[in-house]
Ligand binder design. Structure first.
Ligand code: ATP
Length: 294
């Protein structure tokens, strides 16, 4: 079953473009990454899914139900962490979380204490007195306290230190194992790579690619670094599929995409002292999506 489905979703803000014909689906139990540069339309897509804003055209369903017609019903099963969090600053954290929990028809107390403990969040401080990172933690607990079936996260890790980010990812993985579907929007590729099964790339309001992370890596260039025992002529590696070929301090470096057997035969015919073969990072795969078309 698809938990989220969008069909040519379009939002025109009048003078500025929001999103254009965005179509994708997120399967039940998936951790789905949504990445793109600043202003590409990530938040607009999320706000439309949550019916916080209405699309100009196109449609979207969550749990198979239209997001506009069934908005309030759907939202009970969604945990949402917005990119910027605003609170009733005068309240104590625990009072605020209990107030948030009162909107759901279930007892969320245990979860509040469990999540606060996991995130190392002091429940008895005033929200006003918290650092930005700790305010973010309040948002995380608030988003997860009702054990939602779908968790929608908009740039969730900004403000969290690396240890807390890891903790947060561990919590998300646990929720996912228990059955929650996760929609994870970010511009930090390395965290998408760590967490997600599939990823959609949005650029200038349009989806430009949607792939499994593993496929993206398999079908891409691999990085080779070879230390030959004797000096070599670079032309030796002049074969199909090689790019960025260079020799530096007797080390040969290149990127390769193509028939690995052809390349390995070439390499095995020379004497080498060392070899490194690396998968490209998501940054290296995606960097061209981030450059602006003039
Ligand atoms: N309320 C609004 N009124 C007018 N234009 C808007 C509004 N909200 C967003 N936009 C425009 O829509 C486009 C997409 O913005 P959006 O906030 O969805 O991008 P984003 O991918 O979430 O960016 P970021 O990573 O910077 O948060 C941008 O060009 C932005 O200027």
């Amino acid at each position: 079953m698809n938990v989220i489905e969008t069909n040519n979703l379009t939002k025109n803000y009048g003078k500025s473009r929001g999103i254009v014909n965005v179509s994708f689906s997120v399967k039940e139990g998936e951790i789905f990454g949504f990445i793109g540069p600043n202003g590409s339309g990530k938040s607009t897509t999320i706000r439309t899914l949550l019916s916080l804003i209405y699309p100009t055209s196109g449609s979207a369903t969550i749990f198979g139900k239209d997001v506009i017609k069934f908005g309030p019903e759907i939202k009970k099963e969604i945990g949402y962490l917005p990119s910027e969090v605003f609170y009733y600053d005068n309240m104590k954290v625990i009072d605020f979380l209990k107030y948030s929990a009162s909107f759901y028809k279930k007892d969320c107390n245990k979860r509040i204490y469990y999540l606060a403990d996991e995130m190392n969040l002091n429940l008895h401080k005033k929200i006003d007195d918290l650092s930005l990172g700790n305010k973010k933690k309040v948002g995380i607990v608030q988003g997860l306290l009702h054990q939602p079936k779908l968790i929608i996260l908009d740039e969730p890790t900004s403000g969290l230190d690396p240890l807390m980010q890891q903790k947060f990812f561990d919590i998300l993985k646990k929720e996912n194992k228990k059955g929650a579907t996760i929609f994870f929007s970010s511009h930090i590729l390395s965290e998408v790579q760590k967490l997600c099964d599939r990823v959609a790339i949005i650029k200038e309001g349009k989806i430009v690619n949607l792939e499994k992370i593993s496929t993206l890596k398999e079908n891409n260039y691999k990085k080779f670094k070879i230390e030959p025992l004797s000096n070599m002529d670079l032309n030796y590696f002049n074969i199909n599929g090689i790019k960025n070929l260079e020799i530096k301090d007797k080390t040969i470096k290149f990127m390769f995409k193509g028939n690995l057997n052809t390349l390995m035969k070439k390499i095995s015919a020379i004497e080498i002292s060392n070899i490194w073969i690396e998968e490209p990072s998501l940054e290296e795969i995606f960097i061209h999506y981030y450059s602006r078309e003039e």
